[in-house]
Design a protein around this ligand. Sequence first.
Ligand SMILES: [Fe+2]
Ligand SMILES: [Fe+2]
Length: 262
Amino acid sequence: MPVRPARDTEPHLLEEDEFLREVHSFNFWFEAVSGYLEDRPFGHDPELVDEPMDQADLDGLVTTLCNYCVGEAAALEASSGLVRLAPNHHSRIFLATQVADEARHVEVFLHRLGDLGVADPAAEVEARANPELQEFRRRLLQLVDKGDWNAAVFAQNVLLESMEDTVFRFHEMTADPVTKQVLEGVLADERRHLGFGENDLGRRLHGDADGKARLAGVRAELDPLVLGSFEAVYRDLGLARADQPELGRDYLAAVERLGLSG
Ligand SMILES: [Fe+2]
Ligand SMILES: [Fe+2]
């Protein structure tokens, strides 16, 4: 059994290792999720009932939730594939918690569609899915299938998570009370996933100009799909162009923190 280095041998590395062990643990995850999972079996308080909704608003909400299902299913499939590619146990354990989170997100959004009167949520998702988002999903899964850890973590935990974080936060401000509560719990998870991606890639790409250039290429390919998906969601939420928040501002900020704005 290897002898652990004394704390003063490589204090910086050891602290980072301990930090990751704590953050990428089921214990950390349980503490993070217990506050918003308890008493919310499908992401919201069962006592909370829907207010009457205008038909056009309801239709836009159904399409939006269908697209959330596409994004969440993509993250579920990709994060489970990434468990196998993970370079160490900390990352593998974190991704196992992400798999559970993403499965729950798919579940709560499908359930919400059922609440809103959609008889066959899975068929409705198929029928209403935005083509750009479907293409993003296809490309993300290709990166996983190729075994490209850096590019797949970047596409999923930075690009997709930033996109979801931006859209969900915006939607939360105007959502009906039930959807708002569902989004609150999902958002908390997405921030954790984004944090993992930024942290993992930030360490891996530090001083690696070629690695950054390669991911900048992945980003250039996926950007139009991300921005097209943003536009579709804002349109489905009934926003006039002038009222749209600056498209992808937070998405761009996350990418720039990794030095991939090139
Ligand atoms: Fe998610
Ligand atoms: Fe996520």
